[in-house]
Design a protein around this ligand. Structure first.
Ligand SMILES: [Zn+2]
Length: 63
């Protein structure tokens, strides 16, 4: 299992996809990442399963 994984997420503001680097050693984390396309702050909620499957939910602050 890789410790870090690139995950493609979709920006809730502009709809463009961009990649975030997820630290898979942390089971659950939430942080803000600026969209690479429109530079607006996107809330990321990241869960990592026991088998290393990464689930990322995105949320905009005013969407
Ligand atoms: Zn965007």
């Amino acid at each position: 299992m890789e410790i870090e994984q690139n995950v493609t997420v979709q920006c809730p503001y502009c709809g463009q996809s961009f990649e975030v680097l997820v630290d898979c050693s942390i089971e659950h984390q939430e942080y803000i990442e600026d969209c690479e396309v429109c530079c607006r702050p996107v809330s990321l909620v990241i869960d990592v399963d026991d088998d290393g499957t990464v689930t990322v939910q995105t949320r905009g602050e005013d969407v």
